[in-house]
Ligand binder design. Structure first.
Ligand code: SAH
Ligand code: SF4
Length: 429
């Protein structure tokens, strides 16, 4: 979501005549897009802000802007703590940046209102073939560890027809893959009036747009993962065989304390539903270790779920108390830091071992790979992505944007290796 917010900030700055410079020291405007999901994001940002302050001391005309979730979470306090900041705005107020930059005002300004789905903004896409598409803002869930509801506000869906029109425009512009974005994508459309919509309906409409070959989305909530969405994976050619389904914990007791609104059994039941209809789907997840009150037994249950599901990959996080959240106030059963780290190591071992095992199912198969460019480690090879969202490094000749059949010869937990099939190499020439 933040990457996409940055693309929109860049797009807006370009329409105002700004261009990127290679080094911050050469800039007239230094703009930060901030994240606040964990403490490490905050600390890194504060260090960067220190550099900007020194630059401004030598170049007083430089403007410094701070957008995003960190700005929203501290609001006007940003100007007291960092008086050299000229403009600050929350994630829902990106459009106000243009207003500030085009005004004659010299006084510092902050913009922190929440709005319904904000105005359409120009976007500078980082990748030609791929576009992020924000389908909703905000989040109505109350996960006890999470700062997002307070930084991004209540959930508001973007109107259905406007989304489909935008996908049609993107396809005409050469985009072949879209990722639908929201904090809880499968709650999409319930708030739309006069006509409510569902996420599954949106998947059908996007799949019907000519030129869009691949549709991905992030993140769905297990609570709202219904059969219609699973069937869309089975029935629609464009919807990729990959689902990111955040688990957070494998212990029902901890899930309850997290206010995740599902139990371990209910989560596993969703996995069974997905595997029943689309057995080959890649499943990925998010997991937090060391939540307050997490015992060794609770943690064992997380390991068990990872063993049982066999994720294709997982983002694993050490619990980080966030200001203003319910979990930050919890005092019982706090997990000491070394225990968190030790659990994290054991978790990563299980996740990687299962991911390596699961990845072997691709060896010997031929997968359609969307070519992105040269391989990062070996420039004689090409790099692309399979429909399952696996990075594939392969030998052959192809142009970025091509979808080529690649014969898979080896698999690790993270990447696949292969050779473009002879047919594809001949046609690419
Ligand atoms: N809306 C998405 C997630 C957004 S945040 C969802 O519900 O899936 C991305 C991930 O960061 C979360 O899934 C969670 O695993 C992690 N996370 C959020 N708050 C955290 C915290 N306080 N400490 C550690 N990890 C956290
Ligand atoms: Fe945070 Fe939970 Fe909303 Fe995800 S669903 S953004 S974890 S409150």
């Amino acid at each position: 979501m933040n990457e996409h917010d940055s693309e929109r900030m860049k797009g807006m700055l370009e329409t105002l005549g700004y261009a990127e410079v290679p080094e911050p020291d050469q800039a007239d405007l230094i703009l930060f897009n901030t994240c606040s999901i964990r403490e490490s994001a905050d600390s890194r940002f504060i260090a960067h802000l220190g550099h900007a302050k020194r630059h401004k001391r030598n170049n007083p005309d430089v403007l410094i802007g701070v957008g995003g979730c960190w700005a929203q979470s501290v609001k006007d306090e940003v100007f007291q703590r960092f008086p050299f900041v000229d403009v600050a705005f929350g994630p829902g107020q990106i459009h106000k940046l243009a207003e500030f930059l085009t005004s004659d005002s010299l006084t510092a300004q902050g913009f922190f209102e929440f709005e319904d789905f904000p105005a359409q903004l120009p976007t500078k896409r980082a990748r030609d073939l791929h576009a992020w598409l924000q389908i909703s803002v905000g989040c109505n869930m109350k996960c006890s560890y999470c700062i997002v509801p307070s930084t991004r506000g209540r959930e508001s869906s973007r109107p259905f027809d406007g989304l489909v029109e935008e996908v049609t425009r993107l396809a005409a512009d050469g985009v072949r893959e879209v990722t639908l974005l929201g904090q809880n994508v499968n709650a999409y459309g319930r708030d739309l009036r006069p006509q409510r919509r569902t996420f599954a309906e949106l998947l059908h409409a996007v799949d019907a747009v000519d030129g869009i070959e691949r549709i991905r989305y992030t993140s769905p909530h297990p609570q709202d993962m219904k059969e219609d969405v699973v069937l869309a994976h089975r029935d629609l050619a464009g919807v990729c065989p990959h689902m990111h389904l955040p688990l957070q914990s494998g212990s029902s007791r901890i899930l309850k304390a997290m206010r995740r609104t599902y139990s371990r059994e209910r989560y596993l039941d969703r996995v069974a539903l997905i595997r029943e209809h689309v057995p080959d789907t890649s499943l990925t997840t998010d997991i937090i270790v060391g939540f307050p009150g997490e015992t060794e037994e609770d943690f064992q249950q997380t390991l068990e779920v990872c063993e049982e599901v066999g994720y294709d990959s997982a983002f694993t996080f050490v619990f980080s108390p966030r200001r203003g959240t319910e979990a930050a106030e919890m005092t019982e059963g706090l997990v000491p830091h070394p225990v968190k780290i030790e659990r994290m190591e054991r978790l990563v071992e299980v996740v990687q071992r299962r991911a390596t095992e699961r990845a072997q199912r691709f060896v010997g198969r031929t997968l359609d790979v969307l070519v992105e460019g040269p391989s990062r480690n070996d420039p004689t090879k090409l790099r692309g992505r399979s429909p399952h969202n696996k990075v594939v490094n392969f030998t052959g000749v192809a142009t970025p944007g091509d979808i080529v059949p690649v014969h898979i010869t080896a698999a690790t937990s993270q990447t696949l290796a292969g050779e473009a099939s002879l047919l594809a190499t001949a046609s690419a020439r």
